[in-house]
Design a protein around this ligand. Sequence first.
Ligand SMILES: Cc1cc2nc3c(=O)[nH]c(=O)nc-3n(C[C@H](O)[C@H](O)[C@H](O)COP(=O)(O)O)c2cc1C
Length: 199
Amino acid sequence: MSRAPGNSRMSGQGGVNIILGVTGSIAAYKAASVLRALMARGHAVRVVMTEASQRLVSPNTFRSLSGEPVTTALFIEETQVGLQHIELAEWVDVLAVAPATANFIGKVANGIADEIMSCTWMACDCPKLLAPAMNDRMWLSPPVQRNCDYLRSLADVHFVDPVEGKLASGKHAVGHLAPVEEVIERIHRLALAAGGKDV
Ligand SMILES: Cc1cc2nc3c(=O)[nH]c(=O)nc-3n(C[C@H](O)[C@H](O)[C@H](O)COP(=O)(O)O)c2cc1C
């Protein structure tokens, strides 16, 4: 897919346009810190949330922090044109999904686009980053590992792998979202590679 000429997508202040995707992991609240840090580095950030993530964190949190509308559904009011995923894909320079669920990884590894976040992912031709977070049993399951292996083989997909830490179950094991500082740094580095400048 080619980008529209002249659509550099630069946000001003040396930053780039970033979509922060939030999926239904218990670590979803950490995306608020990621959002704030990316904005502080001069990037324009739009948040897209899956339905499951909205049961864990309110879209109002991201709306208030970003001062921008948050995209929460594929189908919107009848009075509006429902092509937000395409508009977002034409706007974005870097797409980061943090945290990324097993479900979301499974969908995008298999070409399933059945709600706003997976449709947006599929429509984007920019560099993409996944920061998985899930229970160790889910992370180590063969289907999740197979899906990650496939996604790692794609040139435009980058991973910030989960680490060992205290999981929601109370167990200390792998599956914990990587430290937010690392997630932020990796997204920022992709932004610099996409033409952004340090501010
Ligand atoms: C409290 C709670 C926490 C959850 N945390 C995770 C998680 O950390 N990682 C994960 O992959 N799924 C987790 N799930 C399951 C997902 O929410 C579920 O698979 C959901 O369908 C994901 O939808 P989404 O990928 O569209 O956001 C959790 C479920 C609940 C109820």
